[in-house]
Write a protein that binds this ligand. Structure first.
Ligand SMILES: *[C@@H]1O[C@H](CO)[C@@H](O)[C@H](O)[C@H]1NC(C)=O
Ligand SMILES: *[C@@H]1O[C@H](CO)[C@@H](O)[C@H](O)[C@H]1NC(C)=O
Length: 460
């Protein structure tokens, strides 16, 4: 700009300005390298619904199609972790096609276990045109889920189900936008008796006052998340649309009365919606949400992230800010047992797909792509790397690096043409210098185009 202030700055100020620019570039670089949020980089994920089960955290998510300009969503995805930083991709446990009567809008759902089965409550558009809540059921936490009813469980053109089972065994389904509803579910989790859906009065006292909007006297918008902890019932929700923040109320029973408690996560993060999910795991408390923090991210290309927090001694929840660092690792990852290639702390330039050998594999790998696995404990040292790979082209190399994508090279494995993208072979290569607890980087190199697929790995 001609005559701009910068041009007229004294030299020492320009030097300082450049110094600050350099410092912030450096810090950004470090921040990016250390980032563990968002927790999934291979696709855009939304509306996290975490579930603690058998020593792991499972997070069911929605899925924004890349390049969307609306909430055009067709399937749900699932990720799990034992250490909160390395997340295993379980693919898609359910989609619109699970519900023959659904035509669009695979929006925010939640899974709960009961009766030795898993129940997945989801909002979808019914072929009548209205939004409805369907329920899927599966014998496995990873699905596939099938339609439990063949028709909606409830239908009143409102969305965002959350499900909760109280200590007395009574289950509740809550949902709503712009109102808030609940129904008491029967033991079978797929029916209810009595009068059916009840509206929860959104009193100003229970849900925070919104000024100057007679249509919406409270800040409640959508995305309720209900649970009980130390005798207190919590109702967390997206509020103050739009851009939304996350607020909460507490109650003395599963049906209230509710007392407004304030903002948990202020508006931030370049997505005009947000969606909460809270769990305790391994004596820590975690807050899941979504934002637009992945490259290309925004209101229709969102990503799930997580922060750790401590409840105040009176059970209230502190203000939680979005971070790119994410949460500390619990323990470490064992490289001497088979690990799935799709267990990822951070990745760049890879995707995942259904594997012919079961589960998921890492696919569409280009030259220069990488996967970071955090906190791998090599202990006294690894001698050999073993991996399951496939390629329909001339393959490439897997470089094993420590600390960063350009860190110390401790081994290189060559992958050749195996005769097909799902024609798997086991490849072994020597390793030296891998000891102690390290962030392990798989760096993929080769020619142009897709190089090979990557199913699992282990060290010996
Ligand atoms: C979205 O598509 C762009 C262009 O193909 C690609 O570079 C990017 O990695 C994709 N992002 C996600 C999260 O799928
Ligand atoms: C959680 O804390 C309790 C009490 O301090 C302890 O007994 C228990 O082993 C801890 N659990 C985990 C998983 O760390």
């Amino acid at each position: 700009m001609r005559g701009s202030k910068l041009c007229r700055m004294p030299n020492n100020m320009i030097a300082m300005f450049k110094g600050l620019l350099f410092l912030s570039t450096l810090l950004n670089g470090i921040g990016l390298a250390r980032a563990d949020n968002p927790i999934v980089q291979t696709i855009y994920t939304t509306d996290p619904a975490p579930l603690v089960y058998n020593g792991r955290v499972y997070v069911y998510t929605g899925h924004d199609e890349n390049g969307s300009t609306t909430f055009n969503m067709i399937d749900w995805h699932l990720y799990s972790s034992a250490d909160m930083v390395n997340w295993q991709d379980h693919g898609s446990p359910a989609s619109l096609t699970t519900f023959s009567w659904a035509t669009a809008n695979a929006w925010a759902g939640q899974v709960i276990p009961r009766n030795g089965k898993f129940y997945f409550y989801v909002p979808v558009r019914h072929n009548s045109g209205a939004m409805a809540i369907g329920v899927g059921v599966s014998d496995s936490i990873t699905g596939p889920f099938i339609d439990a009813l063949g028709h909606p469980l409830v239908q009143n053109n409102e969305i965002d189900p959350t499900v909760f089972i109280d200590d007395d065994g009574q289950a509740y389904l809550y949902w709503g936008n712009p109102d808030l509803w609940y129904v008491k579910l029967n033991q079978d989790m797929i029916s209810f008796s009595g009068s059916g859906p009840t509206q929860i009065p959104l009193t100003v006292q229970g849900f925070g006052a919104r000024s100057g909007n007679a249509q919406r006297p409270t800040t409640f918008e959508e995305a309720p998340w209900v649970y009980k902890r130390n005798g207190i019932y919590y109702l967390i929700y997206a509020a103050n649309c739009c851009s939304e923040d996350i607020r909460y109320s507490t109650g003395t029973s599963a049906t209230g009365p509710w007392t407004y408690r304030g903002v948990i996560m202020p508006t931030q993060g370049s997505s005009f919606t947000n969606h909460p999910g809270i769990i305790d795991f391994n004596n820590n408390s975690y807050f899941f949400y979504h934002n637009g923090a992945l490259p290309g991210g925004g209101g229709y290309s969102r990503s799930v992230a997580v922060e750790r927090f401590n409840y105040n001694s009176d059970g209230t929840i502190p203000t939680i800010q979005m971070t790119t660092q994410g949460v500390p690792q619990i323990g470490s990852l064992d490289p001497y047992v088979r690990q799935e290639a799709e267990t990822i702390a951070w990745s760049s330039g890879v995707q995942t797909e259904t594997c012919s050998e079961g589960g998921i594999d890492v696919s569409y790998i280009n030259n220069g792509a990488y996967i970071k696995v955090k906190g791998v404990d090599f202990r006294n040292g690894a001698k050999t790397f073993i991996t399951r790979v496939a390629s329909a082209t001339s393959g490439g190399k897997i470089e094993l690096r420590l600390g960063s994508v350009s860190g110390t090279l401790v081994g290189t494995c060559t992958v050749s043409d195996t005769g097909g993208w799902q024609t798997w072979t086991t490849v072994t290569c020597p390793v030296s210098g891998a000891t102690g607890k390290q962030d392990l980087f798989f760096r993929f190199t080769g020619g142009s185009g897709y190089l090979f697929n990557f199913n699992w790995w282990k060290f010996e």
